[in-house]
Design a protein around this ligand. Structure first.
Ligand code: TTP
Ligand code: MG
Length: 611
């Protein structure tokens, strides 16, 4: 068994939502600010050690080349002290740099770990509408690549700034103390570098945004290709898919090139500027030395110090430019974070205990967010507790859309739906979903064991007998026993692949175990053979006892026992009643009935001939 991850790392990143990205990043650092302060402090110590190294170098040079008096009495003793000083300072400098790097890495990992935890949870709480319009590949891209780029911001840039500031201040002060004119002459180029960096920052931000967008598109293409690999193969469209991927990948290449070109332009430019600055400083220092304004030993010390004064400047540009990528990713993540979650527990009706299951539709209409026409049009009917409603109708007539209104996957746009006399919209979604069991049209199973899939909806340990009873009722127990590890067999990539009918029966078992008051069966018998269908129908009849049931089916046989049959066409209920009533009427139901009976009789005749 793998150990359980500590849960204390949950952090609500919605706190970080702010108009200013920098403020947002600052908020994300909460709990880790002390670590960052310590990291920066360590950097300050190591910068100080570096500075003292050069001051010691000056002393060394002045003692050997110049006319300075050996400070430790004899020359040998002084040199030994200086040598020990160099070693000590090197250890301090290296040690503290290492320490700050560790602290930053630890904090960056910590922040991104809880960011990932948060995003995972947040995304699964967003609405159906959001998920149906957001490509999965795009979400995966953001949770992986963008999180990583935010991580490197916290790992590198967040302490990089501190390092630069300390190095700059300390070395500038040290040079100032050597000679203030030299100090001023050493920073002439800095304003230029700053302005150029900011200009590049803007450019790079745009380029990186484009690059990440394209990368997300590529992930989506890849993800769809993998998910739809059967379709690709069935239609032999590999070449087409290959070309599509190559085209997207080429575009990514181009955008990556544009992004990198900016970097490759920026570096030489800033290096040239820094190089000239250093050269200017060296020459000026030499002139000062010739004129006796600085000592001989000051010269090498200055050379060392000025390198560490200019280096941070050069790096400031790098950090400004690289911060842009962190900020772009931060922005892309915040687009997810700012999405409203689907409220689960809010609702005026705080129902306790099981629902009775009386459902009334009053002139209900419904329209998907992004479509222009109603998918459900003015539907009214009434079901008493424990009764069953069957929905019959051509494909696309709105059957699935209608039943999906019940758990509030989507909100009806007009009219009223009443559950036990109260408006459905006033019930918390969580309550409704605990009361409603759905066997979906295309049930999804997790890549976990058969047992885990069946107990998925109950959220507690279920005794093996109960699991098997559910599987038996769903006519899948015998099938499961034929698998290598029985109920422990894994489903999916690493285990067995189930057929459509087997998946549906697994879904029925899963729903049975959940024991809901209201049951929705979407097309659940369409993909099984007649014999299994009879078995399942018997199972379903057991399942339907004492529950309000919505059953969507294509075959008359599956619906004829229902208490109420709704015949749907283009979103409207065109006929409604019991089987006997509807067969007696001239209409769509009788047409379907006649066609299906004729086909069945012909089939039986054919079979009889063969037999
Ligand atoms: P469905 O309600 O899915 O139709 P259905 O269940 O009756 O069809 P089938 O027998 O094939 O399962 O769709 C009704 C219409 O709503 C259809 O024109 C597609 C549209 N629709 C959306 O616009 N957005 C959606 O998310 C869904 C599910 C459907
Ligand atoms: Mg459907």
């Amino acid at each position: 068994m793998s150990s359980i991850a500590p849960t204390s790392t949950y952090f609500d990143f919605r706190q970080a939502l702010t108009a200013k990205k920098m403020t947002g990043l600052w908020r994300m650092m909460s709990d880790y600010r002390l670590a960052y302060a310590a990291a920066n402090l360590s950097l300050a110590v190591s910068a100080l050690a570096k500075m003292f190294t050069y001051l010691l170098l000056r002393n060394f040079a002045d003692t050997i080349l110049g006319d300075a008096v050996p400070f430790a009495g004899t020359l040998e003793r002084t040199l030994i002290v200086i040598a020990l000083g160099f070693v000590g300072l090197a250890i301090v400098e290296g040690g503290f740099t290492y320490f700050s790097g560790r602290l930053a890495a630890y904090s960056a990992e910590g922040i991104t770990r809880r960011l990932r935890n948060f995003l995972f949870d947040h995304i699964q709480r967003l609405s159906f509408a959001y998920h149906s319009k957001t490509p999965t590949g795009d979400l995966i891209e953001r949770v992986t690549s963008d999180v990583d780029s935010v991580r490197s911001f916290f790992n590198e840039q967040a302490i990089g700034i501190g390092r630069i500031v300390f190095l700059f201040v300390i070395n500038f002060a040290a040079i100032w103390q050597l000679n203030w004119k030299l100090a001023l002459a050493s920073i002439v180029v800095i304003p230029i570098i700053l302005i150029v960096s900011l200009w590049f920052f803007k450019k790079v931000t745009k380029a990186y945004e484009k690059y990440q967008e394209q990368e997300a598109l590529l992930s989506t293409t890849l993800q769809e290709n993998l998910t739809g690999v059967r379709v690709v193969k069935a239609f032999a469209r590999q070449e087409y898919e290959k070309a599509k991927f190559e085209k997207d990948n080429w575009e990514k290449f181009l955008r990556g090139k544009a992004f990198l070109r900016m970097h490759s332009l920026f570096w030489p430019l800033s290096d040239i500027a820094c190089g000239f600055q250093m050269l200017g400083g060296f020459i000026y220092a030499a002139i000062l030395a010739i004129h006796g304004e600085i000592t001989v030993g000051t010269y090498p010390a200055y050379v060392g110090l000025v390198v560490w004064l200019i280096w941070p400047m050069r790096n400031l540009g790098r950090i400004i430019v690289q911060t842009s990528t962190g900020l772009v990713s931060y922005g892309r993540l915040m687009e997810i974070v700012k999405q409203e979650r689907e409220p689960l527990t809010e609702g005026r009706v705080q129902a306790q205990g099981p629902a009775r299951g009386e459902i009334v539709f009053e002139n209900v209409s419904f329209q998907y967010e992004d479509s222009s026409a109603n998918v459900i049009k003015d539907v009214s009917f009434r079901v008493l507790p424990g009764q069953s409603v069957a929905l019959l109708g051509s494909t696309g007539s709105g059957k699935t859309s209608l039943v999906n209104l019940l758990p509030r996957f989507h909100e009806y746009t007009d009219g009223h739906i009443l559950l036990d006399g109260a408006e459905l919209k006033d019930y918390p979604r969580q309550y409704l979903r605990s009361q409603i069991g759905i066997v979906e049209q295309e049930p999804f199973l997790f890549s976990r064991s058969i047992g885990e899939n069946i107990t998925y909806g109950v959220g507690r340990d279920v005794p093996q007998e109960e699991i098997e009873a559910a599987a038996q009722a769903a006519a899948i127990h015998e099938v499961i026993l034929t698998f290598p590890d029985g109920y422990k067999t894994l489903v999916g990539e690493k285990g067995v692949t189930l057929s459509g009918g087997q998946r549906q029966r697994m879904a029925i078992a899963r729903t049975l175990l959940k024991n809901p008051r209201i049951l929705i069966l979407d097309d659940s018998t369409s993909s099984v053979d007649t014999e299994t269908e009879a078995e399942i129908r018997a199972a379903l009849n057991r399942l339907m006892e004492n529950r309000t049931t919505f059953i969507i089916a294509h075959r008359i046989q599956s619906v004829m026992n229902a208490d109420l049959i709704l015949v749907m066409d283009k979103g409207a209920v065109v006929q409604m009643g019991r089987h006997e009533e509807l067969v007696a009427q001239d209409g769509m139901y009788r047409q379907i009935y006649e066609i299906q009976t004729r086909i069945d009789t012909e089939l039986e005749d054919e079979l009889a001939k063969v037999g």
